[in-house]
Design a protein around this ligand. Sequence first.
Ligand code: GTP
Length: 342
Amino acid sequence: MEAIILSGGFGTRLRPLTYTRAKSLLPILNKPMIVHLIETFPEEVNKIILAVNYRKDQIENYFKENDFGKEIIVNNEPKPLGTGGATKFAEKHITDRFLVLNSDIICSLNLKDMIKFHTKNNSMATISLWPVENVSEFGVADVKENGNIVGFVEKPKPEDAPSEFINAGAYCLEPDVLDYIDTDRLVSMEKEIFPQIIEDTKRFFGFKFKGYWMDIGRISSYIEIQRFLLRKNKIEKCQGKDCKIYGSMKETCIGNNVTIGKSSKLNSVVVYNNATIGENVNLSYCVVGDNCKIADFSDIRNSVVGDNEELLEKTVLDNKAIWTQPIPKSYPDKQIGNVIEK
Ligand code: GTP
């Protein structure tokens, strides 16, 4: 079975981290986000099609260097085509029923069970569904008792919501779905294709699951997922190789060759490789990029520091994104090709 992983987004809400790297390679517990997804694939998935665009070389190189025991095809879009367009662009690699997955969702979905549910219902398209409390921030599925989805309501008031279930970003599709998608243009699977399938009264089902689900769209959810996984695995911190730690860490994850100076305190922080944190530094709810230097007596909260940035002694920051270098030329100044309203 083929699985298309959508990993061509710019990840604009995760800038400046995504100025220098593909969103799907951002580490979560020191392992690229996309690997967490691949580890949930059932054995029947034997071919992975990576739908890439922005920073495709990084993704290609990563998969050249790391073997997952499955055939990997890097399918490079000439321009960003959105979630539907990227799926259509992978058509030449599709031979039968297939999966489409957002690369930026970490969850407990059992794909094998979803495929079984799809088959049992003789569905043309099945999407994973996750319950939320804040329905007014999402597109909400109108889903019947048997799982049949008859529509979506965009950002409803809680009293008008047809259900509590939103599209959780994993799809099992029949090849016929590809006939609904135009070639060579930006197409949203969620906003254009799914509503069209429903309008045509084709079999369209939602697979509900329990456990956890997190969309890694923003810096806050990026930090939150690491805290969640640390707690879930009952570990206080995650640490790479060759680190020198003289301070303390709580619900924190650091990469390789990181130095943390005396009396420094890190709480809910993600630090990438080769970063140096000075002495008496307080970091709380932050991400610190590769090769960063944060000098002594700094106090940084709710902030993100891009790769190779240096912060001077006694820097105080709250709710800031630090980037002093040129922005990559092709990088958009706003979100494009959105999949799930966030
Ligand atoms: P933002 O810019 O912050 O919204 O992030 P994003 O670009 O990743 O967009 P979004 O979170 O809506 O994307 C959800 C998933 O679809 C992610 O896995 C993206 O990599 C992927 N995606 C979004 N747009 C495209 C696209 O044009 N082509 C491909 N191949 N994947 C895309």
